[in-house]
Design a protein around this ligand. Structure first.
Ligand SMILES: Cc1cc2nc3c(=O)[nH]c(=O)nc-3n(C[C@H](O)[C@H](O)[C@H](O)COP(=O)(O)OP(=O)(O)OC[C@H]3O[C@@H](n4cnc5c(N)ncnc54)[C@H](O)[C@@H]3O)c2cc1C
Length: 352
């Protein structure tokens, strides 16, 4: 077992239940060189592509969804820079992000909901002589390390220009991080709200000038890496269910095997789609995969519960089941949520 796997295994319960180890997650991921996975070598990465990042997030999620979600936030922020036309911003920020010295938070739930017509943008950008003045708030942001962070957000320019994606830093005047949210799980994820009051940013902080064209292009990577969390959690739960069921009288083994096969088929389809670019033009296929993988997670947890029976309720014997059950509750609600995707699919089908 490598050092990171050992650490995750030993601390998964605490990462879920309190914030005591929150500041250690990113350095641990960086120490195992995970943040460089899927990043071109020319930009300081370890090579490979986004499929490798999805696989790495899934591997972490097998042990701790809290750590996997922090990994997702950091790696997704890195992906924004890789796909940003602002090469200077990427050059300036990538070294510290890849080394885990700087935390990257992705506050784009609001933007994704805005694109689907569900929510207004929550940050207003007023043009100034040098750049913009930002005012507003983000209610939910993960990977807001107390040691400092940079965050990506969508902003609505007051002059009617298209919504833009910008990066702001925790040490900018006017940025205030709230206290950690009092969560029922994932408490070691450094999740809080952020308020922005008269924050000055310039063109150097622009990730994308037009969010409406840029976001659909990064969405396959955003969603693909998010699906990595479902894949890892489902694998962990199915592995537990299979181990308990082998040689037992519970008769669940064929159902566990069938679900495991379905999971691996969905995973293969996901990997192929993010690689060949089909999800850029065929968003519904990707939405359906995200929904299907979330369904596999729920079924896997149910099988694990049924395999354990009453032991799942015994603190000394539940072997991580209760944590996985709470972790699984996050999968349908993280943006884009299942209801949101189902509504988007219905709309698209109606239009067709
Ligand atoms: C632990 C945690 C960490 C998070 N970290 C981040 C982060 O790092 N970055 C970030 O940007 N966000 C983050 N979020 C926010 C998250 O992704 C959601 O945006 C957040 O939960 C609020 O949105 P909601 O859709 O749940 O709430 P609401 O908008 O109040 O919606 C409630 C429910 O109704 C559904 N709904 C609302 N409108 C529609 C509609 N028109 N059609 C269909 N369904 C609809 C929603 O999908 C949801 O299921 C985090 C959330 C949690 C719980």
């Amino acid at each position: 077992m490598d050092a990171l796997t050992y650490w995750l295994h030993a601390n998964a319960e605490q990462l879920d239940s309190d914030a005591g180890l929150a500041e250690d997650v990113l350095p641990m991921l960086a120490g195992a060189q995970l943040l460089r996975i899927g990043v071109p070598a020319a930009q300081g990465g370890g090579g490979g592509d986004v499929r490798d990042a999805i696989a790495a997030i899934a591997a972490v999620a097998q042990h701790s969804l809290t750590a996997a979600f922090v990994f997702w936030g950091q790696r997704t922020f890195i992906e924004y820079l890789l796909q940003s036309p602002n090469g200077a911003l990427a050059e300036r920020r990538l070294p510290a992000l890849l080394e885990g010295r700087l935390a990257g938070a992705t506050g784009l739930s609001n933007a994704m909901k805005f694109l689907s017509g569900i929510e207004q943008l929550q940050i207003c950008a007023t043009p100034q002589a040098q750049g913009w003045r930002l005012d507003g708030a983000l209610q939910w942001l993960t990977n807001l390390r107390k040691a400092g962070f940079t965050a990506a957000a969508a902003v609505a320019p007051s002059d009617g220009a298209p919504p833009a994606i910008i990066a702001f830093d925790s040490d900018c005047a006017g940025v205030v991080r709230g206290a950690d949210l009092d969560l029922i799980a994932l408490r070691g994820s450094n999740t809080a709200s952020v308020k922005l009051s008269a924050v000055a940013i310039g063109a150097a902080d622009l990730i994308a000038a037009d969010a409406t064209t840029w976001l659909p292009a990064v969405r396959p990577s955003f969603l693909g890496m998010q699906c990595g969390m479902s894949i890892g959690l489902a694998r962990a739960s199915l592995a537990q269910a299979a181990a308990i069921s082998a040689g037992s009288r519970n008769q669940l083994t064929p159902r566990i095997e069938a679900l495991r096969q379905t999971l691996e088929e969905h995973t293969a389809t996901l990997m192929a789609g993010v690689h060949d670019g089909r999800f850029r033009s065929k968003a519904p296929a990707m939405f359906r995969l995200r929904i299907a993988l979330a369904d596999v997670v729920q079924q896997a947890l149910t099988l694990e519960l049924q395999a354990m029976g009453g032991r799942a309720y015994l603190q000394q014997e539940q072997n991580g089941f209760a944590r996985r059950w709470r972790e699984a509750a996050f999968i349908p609600v993280v943006t884009p949520s299942l209801t949101q995707l189902q509504a988007a699919l219905q709309q698209l089908e109606g239009a067709a």
